[in-house]
Each structure stands twice: as C-alpha cells, then as structure tokens.
Ligand binder design. Structure first.
Ligand SMILES: *Cc1c(COP(=O)(O)O)cnc(C)c1O
Length: 229
C-alpha cells in the first residue's frame, strides 16, 4: 500500500523531474533535502522508509535528539540560523551547513572542526534581496567573506544558499535565484573554486529554483504537511 509519505515524496520528486525536463537538466543533479523541522522522528522514519536519505533541520536543539533517534544511514543538513553560541553543537554532525553568513561564525566552526580533526562542508547564505532583519551576507560583502572562509583549512566552501523574500507568485523569486547563480559564478572564478552547490527553492517555488540551476531544494511542507509553529 502506498503511504501518505510515499505519495508526497513521489509528488515532490515529480515536480523536480518536470522542472528539470522543462529546462533540459538531469533530475539527478538536484538533491532533495527533506526539511523535517518541527516534525517528529516518526515522520522522518516514514520518509526514510520511502527511500529519502537527506534531511534538513533548522533548530539545533530540536535536531540533535531527533538525529540520535532517527534510523541510521541518513544524512543531515543544517539549514537554520546558527547562533554563534550554538555553533560548537553543530560540529561533526551535519553533512552540509547551508547558512554561514559571517566571519565570526565561520571562525568558530573552523576552530572546532579543526580541533576535531575533521572538515566541514559549508555554504554561504546570501541576503540577495537586501532585506533588513534577514540572515545572509550582503552581496557586496560576499567576496570578502568567501575569501576569508576559503582560507579556513577545516571548512570547505561548496556553494551559496538563499531564502528569497515571500512572493505571492512563485515566479517572483526567480530573479533572486538567477542572481544567486550569477554571484556563485563570479565568486567561483574569483576564488578559482568550483562552488557546485546552489541551495535554493522550497515547497512554493522549487520549479523556479530548478530552472535557475538549484542543486539542492529544501522542501518541508509539501513532504510533511503544515508545521505546528
Ligand atoms: C523551513 C525551511 C524550508 C522549507 O520550507 P517549506 O516552505 O516548508 O518547504 C526551506 N528552507 C529553509 C531555510 C527553511 O527554514
């Protein structure tokens, strides 16, 4: 019997495949990060039973016990705002931290990761639309931050991430996604680094993100239903 989780997962994968078909991309080039924040471990397990392997969490204190209790063999990504005083808790736990946006945070991650003898993949979160009150580095400060991070031996800068402003029209975010790609291209040539990752697109706008080159779409609501908070 097909479960709800299976149906939802198939639906989201279908959306990704359709968007890829519309722009001639290989669906295998788009990684689905199942955003399980504010959903319990049973829901993670149900999604894992359908074959989903990568999960995204936003709140460190919620994430850690859930990750302990979840089935083995899953990969976890951190996609929330990481406070400096909690950064050490994230070390060695996430395959990718999407949301580094300042040098202090990067420095803490660098120090703790190096102490653990590890390397940590990270993306820089960019405040593309220049919204006040929003996480993400200002695009004008991105090159300087990226250069600093690229020099931190325990951190591996793999790409950029954006959370666009809220638009009524799902196509509204598309210029923001296009801008992130341009910023990535400019940075990649400036630093002579590949920067393959473009983390962009959520339940409401993943098609536009895929069309603009997203490699990681972060989908919560359309996989797990509405969140309580
Ligand atoms: C919650 C969250 C998502 C998932 O959003 P949905 O609209 O539920 O798909 C994606 N990215 C980030 C950074 C989030 O915090």
């Amino acid at each position: 019997m097909e479960t709800d989780a299976a149906k939802r997962l198939a639906h989201v994968k279908g959306r990704i495949a359709d968007a890829c078909a519309a722009c001639g991309r290989d669906p295998a080039a788009v990684t689905l990060v199942a955003v399980s924040k504010l959903h319990d471990v049973a829901e993670v397990a149900a999604m894992a039973a359908c074959g989903q392997r990568i999960f995204g969490e936003s709140y460190i204190q919620e994430a850690l016990p859930k990750m302990e209790a979840a089935p083995a063999g899953l990969a976890w990504h951190f996609i929330g705002h990481l406070q400096r005083n909690k950064a050490k808790l994230a070390v060695a736990r996430f395959a990718l931290i999407h949301t580094v946006d300042n040098a202090d945070l990067a420095g803490i991650l660098q120090k703790r990761t190096a102490e653990a003898g590890l390397t940590q993949d990270i993306c820089l979160q960019v405040n593309v639309a220049g919204e006040s009150q929003k996480s993400g580095v200002d695009p004008r400060r991105l090159p300087k931050l990226a250069e600093a991070v690229a020099a931190m031996g325990a951190l591996r800068l793999v790409g950029l991430m954006v959370i666009p402003p809220v638009f009524d029209d799902p196509e509204g975010a598309r210029p923001v996604f296009a801008r992130l790609r341009t910023l990535r291209d400019e940075l990649a040539s400036r630093l002579a680094l590949p920067l393959p990752v473009l983390s962009m697109g959520m339940s409401g706008d993943l098609e536009a993100a895929v069309m603009e080159g997203a490699t990681h779409v972060r989908v919560g609501t359309d996989l797990f239903g509405p969140r309580q908070r």
